[in-house]
Ligand binder design. Structure first.
Ligand code: NAD
Length: 454
């Protein structure tokens, strides 16, 4: 499998892909190794994962360089990602004892009722490239803590990072057979669906997630999907500082080149502050530098996947044909690498793809609304349900809107953020199940109810 540097279009390396035979062997090894791993005391499994965390910290410079080379993410953002993963590991290791311990539900003279949390077994984790450390850690860390073995398939666009993760987990003391990496494209992902895993945990697009859900259904095992979004944001007219909000929300839309599952993908602005907001937003976008992701002051690197250029070009063309106005950007940057100009569209409406389909790139549509009801009905008009945000001085005003949205995450005066303490979950086409928080630890377990007659 060829891996390409998206900033230069040059070959990074050719990696040997897995085959049906090697996948089967990895699965079988994991199956044998899982029981002994589950028998290791939880405190030791926690200590092992903590060693992994220290290795991440020690080797952060090199790990960030690898990540930048294969995804084009600016180096400082790559370091932020590894640091973010370290913080998540801290929360997960710090809370594993609490949420994996047996729970006593009833204690009487004649009866005890207890819940124990048993590992699922061998789980399959098929992952995305946009935040390989963060979305990987969401799955394989709690899975390992709960006593599962893991077969982890990194995206073909972040395979080198996947191999670094494997190396460091083994160095930290996770037995080789307990954490295995499957290298390959979607075909290898498909082949993994044929194996008898005890759970499937997928991060990626709705299209692939839908395919996986259908194919895994007959196995009757847990299948969690963390998929894409078309996350809306509403800026109400009582915000304190419109310019500061415009700058913060531009970052929410364009950090990581807009390639975040919870990127702000469409913005509705109250008509009373619309002009000021849009001017400050566009100014912020123009102030950010596009270029070599190794340079410290570069905000926009290349897109990770070449194919996404066409998706963005089509969305922009569709919007302009239907009456949108372009305030900045709008096209591919000529020259080497997969660069696309950061793009702001206004005069947009919901018949345009840019307001309905995930862009997953540096393209945003901003729409003027006359009041909160108008904003709410437009925010509700989507097949997705990952996050939604409202910027408003009044908490109650924001919550009134957010309560009526079918999303797994609600943001008041913030956006594009994830917390290890809260469940990360999509609804509708954004997925099913939750990672992170106590729910995301127990997602890797099967509860057993104990009825103990004394
Ligand atoms: P993708 O669906 O193209 O690929 C994801 C993974 O699935 C890759 O490892 C790929 O090789 C594999 N795959 C492809 N076809 C397959 C098949 N038929 N069977 C099994 N596996 C298959 O997604 P991507 O481009 O890697 O990621 C981008 C998408 O992920 C965006 O939609 C983004 O919003 C979403 N995402 C969601 C979250 C979240 O937490 N909700 C986090 C990150 C990314």
């Amino acid at each position: 499998m060829k891996t390409i540097n998206p900033a230069t279009g040059e070959l990074i390396a050719e990696l040997p892909e897995d085959t049906q035979e090697t996948l089967w062997k990895k699965y079988q090894e994991a199956k044998w190794a899982q029981g002994p791993w589950a028998a290791v005391p939880l405190s030791e499994r926690i200590a092992t994962v903590e060693r992994f965390k220290h290795l991440l910290l020690q080797q952060i410079e090199m790990l960030a360089t690898v990540l930048t080379a294969e995804t084009g993410k600016p180096l400082w953002q790559a370091k932020n990602e590894v640091n973010g993963a370290i913080a998540r590991i801290d929360w997960l290791t710090g809370n594993a004892e609490k949420y994996l311990a047996d729970e006593s539900m009833t204690v009487s003279e004649s009866l005890q009722e207890v819940i124990s949390y048993e590992p699922l077994g061998v789980v399959c984790n098929i992952s995305a490239w946009n935040y390989p450390y963060l979305v990987g850690v969401n799955v394989f860390v709690p899975a390992l803590l709960a006593g599962n073995a893991v077969v982890y398939k990194p995206s073909e666009f972040s395979a080198h990072t996947g191999l670094q993760i494997e190396r460091l987990l083994h160095e930290a003391g996770v037995p080789q057979a307990v954490f295995q990496v499957a290298i390959g494209t979607g075909a290898i992902g498909k082949a993994l669906l044929e194996l008898p895993f005890d759970g499937y945990f997928f991060t990626g697009s709705y299209k692939t997630g839908n395919y996986i859900y259908e194919h895994v259904a007959p196995k009757m095992v847990p299948c969690q999907l963390e998929l894409g979004g078309k996350d809306p944001l509403y800026i109400a007219d009582d915000v304190f500082d419109v310019t500061a909000v415009a700058q913060a929300t531009a970052d929410g839309a364009f950090y990581n080149n807009g390639q975040s599952c919870c990127s702000v993908e469409r913005i509705y602005v109250h008509e009373n502050i619309y002009d000021v907001y849009v001017e400050a937003f566009v100014q912020q976008v123009k102030d950010w530098k596009i270029g070599d992701p190794h340079e410290a002051d570069v905000y926009f690197g290349p897109l990770t996947r070449k194919e996404q250029i066409k998706v963005l070009e089509d969305q922009v063309a569709d919007a302009l044909t239907k009456g949108a106005s372009l305030l900045t950007g709008g096209q591919r940057v000529e020259g080497i690498g997969y660069y696309f100009e950061p793009t702001v569209l206004v005069d947009v409406h919901h018949d345009m793809a840019v307001m309905r389909a995930e862009s997953f790139g540096p393209v945003i549509g901003i729409m003027k609304v006359k009041d909160d009801e108008d904003a709410l009905s437009l925010m509700q008009d989507t097949d997705y349900g990952l996050t939604a945000g409202v910027y408003a001085q009044s908490e109650e005003r924001a919550k009134t809107i957010l309560r009526q949205l079918n999303t797994g995450t609600a943001y008041w005066n913030c956006c594009d953020r994830v917390s290890a303490a809260l469940p990360w979950s999509g609804r509708q086409h954004s997925g099913i199940g939750a990672t992170l928080s106590h729910q995301g630890i127990r997602a890797f377990t099967k509860p057993k109810g104990w009825h103990l007659k004394l």
